[in-house]
Design a protein around this ligand. Sequence first.
Ligand SMILES: Cc1cc2nc3c(=O)[nH]c(=O)nc-3n(C[C@H](O)[C@H](O)[C@H](O)COP(=O)(O)OP(=O)(O)OC[C@H]3O[C@@H](n4cnc5c(N)ncnc54)[C@H](O)[C@@H]3O)c2cc1C
Length: 388
Amino acid sequence: MPDLSMPAPLTQFSEEEQMFRESVREFAQAKIGPHVHSMDQAGKFEPDLLRQFFDMNLMGIEIPEAYGGAGCGFFMSILAVEELSRVDASAGVIVDVQNTLVNNALMRWGNDTQRSRYLPQMASGTLGAYALSEAGSGSDAFALTTRAELKGDRYILNGQKLWITNAAEADLFILFATVDPALGYKGITAFIVEKSFPGFQVGKKEDKLGIRASSTCELVLENCEVPRENILGEVGKGYKVSIETLNEGRIGIGAQMVGLASGALESGIQYAKGREQFGQPIARFQAIQFQIAELATQLEAARLLVYNAARLKDARLPFVKEAAMTKYFSSQVAEKVTSQVLEIFGGYGYTKDYPAEKYFRDSKIGKIYEGTSFMQLQTIAKLVMGDR
Ligand SMILES: Cc1cc2nc3c(=O)[nH]c(=O)nc-3n(C[C@H](O)[C@H](O)[C@H](O)COP(=O)(O)OP(=O)(O)OC[C@H]3O[C@@H](n4cnc5c(N)ncnc54)[C@H](O)[C@@H]3O)c2cc1C
């Protein structure tokens, strides 16, 4: 029997967590697995799988049961993203954006009317997207230029967003615009934008290196009419909405990276046991064993960072530094694991007949979105060094 008077090890799950993790793992293997290759080739996610995410309550994990969600904690979202990404990192990011960015922003900053209107939709069938970046403002997110002007009872939005995950399939967007560029970051305001609002359009879809089944699109706002009551939080407080949601989102990206690195490593181990050279499985060579041991150790460290940051968040303890470290380290580990696993597959790893090359391509995004690795280092440095 475990000693319950001791703090629990990070990798110890409650019964509920254990069951949830197993059900997502089985679902991912059985239902997503068969489509991974074709979705990657087509650059399109299976709409039926998206429907199944909702049916399994994976799209409203933290939404309270009163609004139709699963009423679970943040750690469960992290487990879902990890398990889905083990099979397909595109599936992982779709669920990640919905739960850790969009739903979180609505739950935290939405007023009662907004919560009652939107949370049941998010839990039951509406896919969400999070639109901060623009062509000229990525790392420098608060240099955004999309303009929002109040005219009567509505804001008129003009501008363009770039790189928006889930945009092709989404019906609801948390979108950031400035009410007055002269105010700098204090002009930035978050809006809840429905796809059907006049003047809103989804533009070009990117043809990407990895996570190809996850849509990434431009958004075009031409005199887009957003009712005044769709401001999320307060006018001029959008910077706070974005910083705080992205802090949580980064733990999700850490989980995506750990998940895909686990999937890659498992496939590498399996391959090494079956592939024979010099009359024996290559898994018998110490060089292969040591590589796998090294990667497994790095992966374990990354997973502990992810779990600790998520548990800190659920415990309402400070987690910003840990979240930045999680994303920084996990994306580094994922790149290393997937790259070395590809080499374990030899020439076959370089082809699309085996999963290694896709894991490698998918890993690369971890160092870029939701703040590049340099941006994470900047946050970590600030928090560990104070005033420099
Ligand atoms: C597939 C994909 C999905 C995405 N999904 C979304 C989404 O859903 N919503 C959304 O809003 N955005 C999304 N993004 C945008 C993403 O967050 C940005 O691409 C990212 O923040 C980097 O911005 P940038 O591309 O403009 O690069 P830049 O900011 O131009 O950076 C270029 C390089 O300069 C470095 N750099 C920049 N500033 C500094 C500095 N001060 N010190 C040191 N180095 C620096 C960066 O680290 C990077 O190496 C997505 C991007 C991709 C590729």
